[in-house]
Design a protein around this ligand. Structure first.
Ligand code: G6P
Length: 613
């Protein structure tokens, strides 16, 4: 949700800023802009559209300078047009800002500034903030870092900001609250970005700025950090574990396809070191100290958004089935505003790929206040949610760049399966032989995913038949209900075809009215305890001339008779089948979207990391 990048050093800033924006583009792609400071001038260029449009726009223009900032936008205040694109100047044009987040009281601040003669050119909250900083700088006669601090103390909302000053080419100022900011240190140079992806090719030494901290990045000097109360802070240096190759497409046409194909490895990585050699003990180091709390939990509340919420639904089945702990799965955005009943002995599991989703973060803070234990399942190391939780287990999927989540989902389900198994084993709620079987079969999952990936050509052929459909229905029962929801979400996100996921039995209470010969219905129907019931549901659709695409267990004969198209996948315990059965749905939506000419990695209106409510 907006990507920001900054650089100060000896090199030309422009190529670094553009490359960084390309890496951050998954966070928003409504408009893009840069400002470079060189020869005593701010060279600001911005336009509607993607980073590639910005590059064209900048061609032949002066962008020289060794200090620079850049922004790729996901619009919140104001249309995505040239004027609202970042960076924004202050009134005198001596300051320039980029911003990720929302200033909630911008209207009040704007009215105050307007009374003092300030004029605004855009509809953005960001332009208000930079003028507030300038106003304070002039009236209080203070240096920029202090003016930023005083301005931020008047601000309500979320921000990750970077500010350049025309007359001060030696430093850039950054600050954050709610929105993430990572600073990379390479000798005397500094890099700064919304996440570490633009930084990793220059340095692995980073500092994650904390909320309400302000940083002064001065070329050749030590990083200076202080907080909004003007207390100096000692920055904590981290070593990045990310590798540059993880951020490239590696020969695939799209990041999404690459990430779908990475799943045998990412699922394996999510298990690595967590299953002991004798295969009987599942250990998750990150939550060891809180295991007793989970064992004694009155209930588990899972909070998440989007695909992570679907992983949470799978976990509901797992924890209830295996560990016999009642589970509620909540949309973070609903949970936080509902005045929910939370007990001290509740365990909250927050699931988030990015670790930055604003609603999930806010829900965590709320639950923390009443004393509940919060466990995080995040993919991005050092992210805000990972740091806000009491303990947690990382998913180790590696950076996920495609906006539609794929490998993060299977990694989340893997980690949650390990958690449920570990707790079930310790609680004694699972027979030893089932436990052993599940652990054994879990280790087999990456190989089985590989076998599903071999079906790519067949799935592509099926996709070509349905690429012009207007609607899709996805149906599943039990463990396959969340998979149906995830399949439908994938399709609508990237192909813009209307798709709905439903529990198969619930179909007859509404969606059945939609079924005719133009309605493709995807049944997730591998062998499981609900199999016979699903077969009946398939018959109900067939009787109404619906077109049936069925995901079935290899060798299934019954559904083969009924379905128009079948995709046969390897068998496993049904508790583990979400990990296998979601793969053909990811491929189906991928191919349909490609055939429809959609931008698979950057679908319209979406962003990967949603740092606003
Ligand atoms: C956005 C993304 C989804 C993601 C959701 C939750 O909507 O486009 O892919 O599932 O946010 O994000 P999180 O990072 O918290 O898992």
């Amino acid at each position: 949700m907006c990507g920001i990048i900054g650089y100060i050093g000896r090199q030309e800033a422009y190529p670094i800023i553009i490359k960084g924006l390309q890496r951050l583009e998954y966070r928003g792609y409504d408009s893009a802009g840069i400002a470079v400071l060189g020869d005593g001038e701010i060279k600001l260029h911005k336009c509607k559209g993607k980073v590639a449009d910005l590059q064209k726009h900048v061609e032949g223009k002066d962008v020289s300078g060794t200090v620079g900032i850049g922004h790729t936008r996901w619009a919140t205040h104001g249309l995505p047009n040239d004027v609202n694109a970042h960076p924004h100047y202050s009134g005198s044009k001596s300051l320039v800002i980029i911003h990720n987040g929302i200033i909630e009281n911008y209207n009040t601040l704007r009215k105050g500034l307007e009374k003092r003669g300030y004029k605004f050119h855009s509809d953005t909250d960001t332009e208000v903030l930079i003028n507030l900083v300038e106003d304070i700088q002039i009236n209080e006669k203070v240096e920029l870092p202090e003016a930023v601090r005083l301005a931020l103390s008047k601000v309500v909302g979320a921000y990750g900001i970077v500010i350049l000053e025309k007359d001060n080419p030696d430093y850039i100022i950054a600050a954050k609250k709610g929105s993430p900011l990572v600073i990379g240190i390479n000798g005397k140079e500094f890099y700064l970005a919304s996440d570490a992806t633009p930084i990793v090719e220059y340095t692995k030494e980073v500092v994650y700025l904390e909320d309400e901290e302000i940083a002064v990045l001065e070329y050749g000097k030590d990083l200076r950090v202080f907080n909004i109360e003007n207390v100096e802070k000692t920055p904590y240096f981290h070593e990045l574990e990310m590798e540059l190759e993880q951020l490239e497409k590696g020969g695939f046409d799209h990041f999404m396809l690459k990430e779908i194909y990475e799943q045998p490895r990412s699922v394996r990585d999510s298990m690595r070191g967590r299953i002991s050699l004798d295969k009987s003990i599942v250990a998750l180091g990150g939550i060891k100290n809180y295991e007793q709390k989970i064992l004694n939990a009155r209930r588990i509340i899972i909070i998440a958004c989007g695909t992570s919420w679907h992983a949470g639904l799978v976990a509901e089945y797992l924890f209830e089935d295996l560990a016999r702990i009642p589970v509620e799965v909540e949309y973070a955005s609903e949970f936080r505003y509902r005045n929910p009943v939370i007990y001290e002995d509740d365990v909250i599991i927050a699931i988030s790929q990015s670790g930055e989703t604003a609603d999930t973060l806010a829900a965590i803070e709320m639950a923390k206040e009443v004393g509940a234990t919060i466990i995080g399942v995040c993919n991005v190391v050092g992210s805000s949610i990972a740091r806000a939780t009491h303990a947690g287990s990382y998913t180790h999927a590696g950076p996920e760049i495609g906006v539609a989540s794929t490998k993060a989902f299977t990694a989340q389900v893997t980690v949650l399966t390990l958690m449920a198994l570990s707790i079930a084993n310790k609680k004694g709620t699972i027979p030893m032989n089932r436990y052993n079987q599940l652990v054994y079969q879990l280790e087999e999952i990456p190989n089985k995913i590989e076998r599903v990936l071999e079906l790519n050509d067949k799935i592509e052929a099926i996709s070509s038949i349905f690429k012009d459909s207007l609607n899709f229905l996805y149906l599943g029962r039990g463990y396959f209900f969340p998979v149906a929801l995830e399949g439908a979400l994938k399709l609508k996100e990237i192909s813009y075809i209307h798709a709905e996921g439903y529990p198969a039995a619930e179909m007859k209470h509404g969606p059945i009215a939609l079924i005719d010969e133009d309605m493709p219905v995807v049944f997730i129907a591998p062998k499981a305890s609900s199999y016979e019931k699903v077969v009946s549901n398939i018959q109900e659709v067939k009787a109404r001339k619906g077109v049936i695409i069925a995901i079935v267990t290899e060798g299934d004969e019954t559904v083969k008779e009924l379905a128009d198209y079948i995709i046969e996948i390897p068998e496993s315990d049904e508790a583990l089948m979400p990990l296998i059965s979601v793969i053909p749905l990811q491929l189906l939506s991928y191919h349909i979207a490609v055939m429809r000419g959609c931008n698979v990695d950057q679908p319209r209106n979406l962003a990967k990391s949603v740092t606003v409510e």
